[in-house]
Design a protein around this ligand. Structure first.
Ligand code: NAD
Length: 328
């Protein structure tokens, strides 16, 4: 008999994953979390979905149309047992996190991000509830080039450090039980609907589109040739859901697999918005700056069957159409 290809094995794993009927999403009022919640609701209309979010950066407007339950608590301080009693979930997506990378309060970043994850792990441990959690490409640090999951972590700020600790914890808990799946999705630069609430930490695509729409020239660091792996939120959500069917615990790059320049991005925005705004370049104040991020997608493709649906051109077009629909 012919050997099964990796893609066939991935498809089999996905098929054998039982449909979740009780789903917990932390950080569900945030950017990626709300897109995930609304997609899960559309894919599993019969499922009960519970969101935990303390709204420190999230916004209720992101959850308009959501039919499930919302617990407004801090995951790093809440008591999961008294909140949920004996109730168990079929799957947990853990996205709650401080996401402002410029917040340099080391104790707060590490406490809230790490203890939040530890609480989720402890809650999930008895039933070995599968967990998909948000890791970050920031764990790779400012090393330029293609980033592979096996690269050593080199966090350049405390936010990235907290995400490295999440990856460490996931590995430690998973090592205790092979039957328990704890899977990290390492997001690159995510952009798309429902990110406006983030303010400064929102994507460059959001900020540049707002500058152009306000009749201003888009402003970027000299000379706009720095490369980024921009991933549309619909693809980020797609790989987050696929991660539930991972063959075992591990971390998966979640990017577009394409590195594009900021100059490319402005050209695409001008074309999509029907404008011709000239780019204003200014000196980069950062001494250490990431010049190139790019996700190696080999593991996600092979083990999860992931293939991005959105090029930068297609994602920007979809996003700008969505923003226009919101203006009505
Ligand atoms: N957006 C990106 O480009 C990107 C890149 C890499 C990693 N990530 C990760 O993806 C996840 C989602 O990020 P996002 O872009 O949607 O950001 P976001 O700020 O919109 O979402 C985070 C959500 O978590 C909530 N939250 C924060 N701390 C909490 C706590 N202790 N208890 C309860 N709720 C809490 C916030 O209120 C918010 O709704 C985060 O874990 C983030 O670190 C995002």
């Amino acid at each position: 008999m012919a050997k099964k290809t990796a893609a066939e094995k991935a498809a089999k794993t996905k098929k054998s994953t039982k449909k979740p009927s009780n789903i917990l999403v932390t950080g569900g009022a945030g950017f990626i979390g709300s897109n995930l919640v609304l997609t899960l609701q559309a894919q599993h209309p019969e499922a009960g979905i519970t969101v935990i979010d303390d709204f420190r950066s999230g916004d209720f407007k992101n959850l308009i149309g959501f039919k499930g339950d919302v617990v407004a608590k801090d995951v790093s301080r809440m008591d999961f047992s008294s909140q949920f009693g004996k109730r168990r979930f079929d799957a947990i997506f853990h996205l709650a996190s401080i996401t402002d990378t410029t917040l340099h309060d080391q104790k707060q970043q590490v406490h809230d991000n790490v203890e939040g994850f530890r609480n989720v792990l402890e809650f999930a441990r008895p039933a070995k509830t599968p967990i998909v959690y948000a890791s970050s490409a920031a764990t790779y640090g400012i090393v330029s080039g293609v980033n592979t999951e096996s690269d050593p972590p080199l966090p350049a700020n405390v936010y990235a450090f907290s995400k490295v600790v999440l990856d460490n914890l996931a590995r430690m808990y998973a090592a205790r039980s092979r039957a328990w799946k704890i899977v990290g999705v390492r997001y690159f630069n995510v952009y798309g609907p429902r990110e406006a609430h983030k303010g400064i930490p929102a994507s460059m695509i959001w900020h540049l589109s707002q500058q152009i729409k306000a009749g201003k020239n888009p402003r970027i660091f000299k000379r706009g040739e720095q490369l980024r792996d921009f991933i549309y939120v619909k693809d980020a959500v797609k790989n987050t859901i696929l991660a539930l069917g991972a063959p075992s615990s591990g971390v998966y790059n979640t990017g577009s697999g394409q590195a594009r320049t900021f100059n490319d991005l402005i050209e695409i925005l001008n074309r999509t918005l029907g404008t011709k705004r000239a780019t204003e370049y200014f000196d980069n104040p950062h001494k250490h700056y990431q010049n190139h991020t790019e996700a190696d997608l080999a593991r996600s493709r092979k083990e999860l069957g992931y293939e991005p649906d959105y090029s930068l051109e297609k994602g920007v077009e979809d996003y700008m159409n969505w923003l226009k629909s919101q203006e009505r």
